[in-house]
Design a protein around this ligand. Structure first.
Ligand code: SF4
Length: 456
């Protein structure tokens, strides 16, 4: 299903659309204020971009260095070619431990790999412990945003969910009370967990350690109580040295939520004690293919701050689920077509090419240029929708020929506007489904220009 069709369901609820748009714009404004408070913000962005591009050009060397350093600290590193490999490795580790109750902190990678479903099919109970993630897990739906997974939901919807699953007071939609109820419920699950799974924000080759950033401290609780910690990380998350980390930590939270730093920045260097085990699963799942692609490799520099989503006018008004991908928004529209071009062919077309995403991206990924590049790439692959191809070909022919252009304008005006507007609407769909075209002028620009000149 195309982005436009999925978005239709979201847009049909005008109140939700308005509220979603405003909520994300509020976060965008917080980001602007936080960025403005750092005098060397632009220099930081440039430095982060340079570090990431340098790291992406040396991945094999950096990962080898990391593996040796992590092993020296007592951690085990596993390599997963794809999602199936990743899920099999995690399941095997849990089985060896005899673990059937697992707590997981937010990890878009495990979402991408469908880990929860896989483990549940094999009798393992997985509880997402980030509050937003827990909410969408209980609703049986994917996150709609990479940093704010339940941003598409209103308070009363969360209140109703908690009545059903956590026995909270009916009618309560007070965020503090609901958070207290969730905390109580989660605490029991933390205490009963036999393993903790986390994502990873940054892996440091120099030290063999890694960092997990959360606002709720759930990654710390989930990895301190059980004896087994499994950290799942994408191939692109490595940085060379510890000093590089400071650059990214200054950018990440400011870009994501406008905070100076995430509430918890947890460093893991080997297992926490001789009784604990630490396993790190490094996942490719299409990343090396993307890395080999000149036009889109830079997208791997993404640090998953979500700023491009918060600022994107399309994302804000169509909701994250309209993308039908694990990572939605501008960066998702760049990443996902590389996995399944035909399935995600509508995503680059949904972009307005305003460039706001690239302006806020802390690692300077030229997102709108990449989305434009995807349009030609997908056209070459032959997966652009037929009607769009036809209307673009027709438009191209008309624009390229002054005679055809003049004749088309004459025909449209001659038909009194109604037929012409109908044709334009047909050619421009679905763009014109929810927009009124301005009234057609009575005469062409050329005619008016010539008349003015004659008057003078
Ligand atoms: S592409 Fe840039 S702005 Fe978007 S999530 Fe990634 S780092 Fe953040």
């Amino acid at each position: 299903m195309s982005h436009a069709k999925r978005a239709a369901a979201f847009v049909a609820d005008a109140e939700r659309t308005r509220w979603h748009d405003e909520a994300l714009w509020f976060v965008r404004e917080k980001r602007d204020a936080a960025a403005a408070s750092v005098p060397d913000w632009e220099a930081l962005r440039s430095e982060a971009a340079a570090i990431k591009r340098h790291a992406l050009s040396r991945l094999p060397e950096l990962w080898e260095r990391f593996e040796a350093n992590a092993a020296a600290r007592g951690a085990h590193v596993h390599w997963a070619r794809d999602a199936a490999d990743h899920n099999a490795i995690v399941l095997e580790l849990l089985r060896k431990q005899g673990a059937t109750r697992v707590v997981k902190s937010k990890s878009m990678l495990t979402e991408e790999c469908g880990l929860n479903d896989h483990l549940e099919r094999h009798g393992i109970d997985v509880v997402d412990t980030d509050l937003g993630e827990r909410i969408v897990q209980l609703r049986g739906e994917p996150p709609s945003h990479i940093v704010l997974p339940a941003i598409h939901l209103r308070r009363h919807e969360i209140g109703e969910l908690f009545v059903e699953f956590m026995g909270s007071e009916p009618g309560c939609d007070d965020p503090e009370t609901l958070t207290r109820v969730a905390r109580q419920d989660l605490r029991e699950r933390f205490l009963a967990a036999q393993a903790g799974i986390t994502g990873v924000n940054f892996v440091i080759a120099e030290t063999g350690g890694f960092v997990v950033c959360t606002n709720e401290g759930n990654a710390d609780l989930g990895t301190t109580i059980p004896d087994l910690h499994i950290a799942c990380v994408g191939l692109e998350k490595i940085i060379p040295e510890m000093k590089d980390l400071a650059v990214f930590l200054r950018l990440l939270a400011r870009s994501a939520t406008g905070q100076a730093i995430t509430t918890y920045t947890s460093h893991f260097h080997g297992p926490q004690s001789p009784d604990h085990a630490l396993h790190i699963v490094v996942v490719d799942n299409g990343r090396s293919r993307l890395l080999a692609h000149d036009s889109f490799a830079e997208a791997l520099a993404c640090i998953r701050c979500g700023a491009c989503m918060n600022t994107c006018p399309v994302y804000r008004r169509s909701g994250g689920h309209s993308y039908g991908t694990t990572v939605p928004g501008p960066i998702g529209s760049v990443l996902e077509p590389s996995r399944a071009p035909a399935r995600h062919a509508s995503l680059p077309q949904a972009c307005s090419l305003c460039g706001s995403c690239a302006d806020v991206c802390p690692v300077k990924i030229p997102l709108h240029h990449q989305l434009l590049a995807w349009r030609s790439e997908l056209a070459e692959m032959g997966v652009t929708p037929r009607l769009r191809k036809l209307s673009l070909a027709l438009g191209g022919r008309v624009m390229a020929s002054p005679t055809l252009y003049r004749s088309a304008g004459w025909l449209v005006r001659r038909c009194g506007g109604r037929l012409g507007a109908g044709v334009l609407r047909w050619l421009g769909q679905p763009w014109t489904h929810a927009r009124e075209l301005p009234p057609l002028p009575r005469e062409s620009f050329r005619a008016r220009f010539a008349a003015r000149r004659a008057e003078r």
